[in-house]
Design a protein around this ligand. Structure first.
Ligand code: NI
Length: 162
């Protein structure tokens, strides 16, 4: 296992739609182990492959008791609304309030290629949406009005200079 370097905004891979995962082999299991190690080291609750520079539809998460590997993730149901703080390891964890669906069903494949569905609410649902967005080349700041988005980016760049 190894901690990988986290890709940061505005690196191009973060804005690309990921390629589907097609091989469910030992290499994928090792990659997921590295992603977990990288996520825990950075004290995050989710990490998607583009965040370690890989253009793949894959994420890992461990958020409020929901721990899973999701390859080729899709959000198949979403209801309600929540408004809460969100941040991203690729944007220096600078927080911003993002409105999201409150109850979300994720459909994805595990590391063996088996399809599953998982429904979560609140923060874990937010994590499903945030990480699936990463697989589609979208960041949480893309959900913000331009002025608030610019503020997050400005603060991130300022902190980076330290
Ligand atoms: Ni993120």
């Amino acid at each position: 296992m190894a901690v990988r370097k986290i890709t940061e905004y505005p690196e191009a891979v973060l804005g690309q739609v990921g390629k589907p995962v097609t091989e469910f082999d030992e290499a994928l299991a090792e990659l997921c182990a590295d992603m977990y190690e990288t996520m825990y080291e950075a004290e995050g609750v989710g990490l998607a492959a583009p965040q370690i520079g890989l253009n793949m539809r894959l994420f890992v998460m461990d958020c409020e008791g929901v721990k899973l590997i999701a390859a080729n993730p899709e959000i198949i149901a979403a209801e309600g609304e929540q408004s809460g703080q969100e941040g991203c390891l690729s944007v220096g964890k600078v927080p911003a309030v993002v409105v999201r669906a409150n109850k979300v069903t994720l459909k994805a494949q595990n590391e063996h290629g088996e399809w599953f569905e998982e429904t979560a609410e609140g923060y874990a649902a937010r994590c499903f949406l945030h990480e699936t967005d990463h697989c589609n080349g979208k960041l949480f700041i893309d959900h913000l009005p331009k002025m608030r988005r610019d503020m997050v980016v400005k603060r991130f760049k300022k902190e980076k200079r330290w």
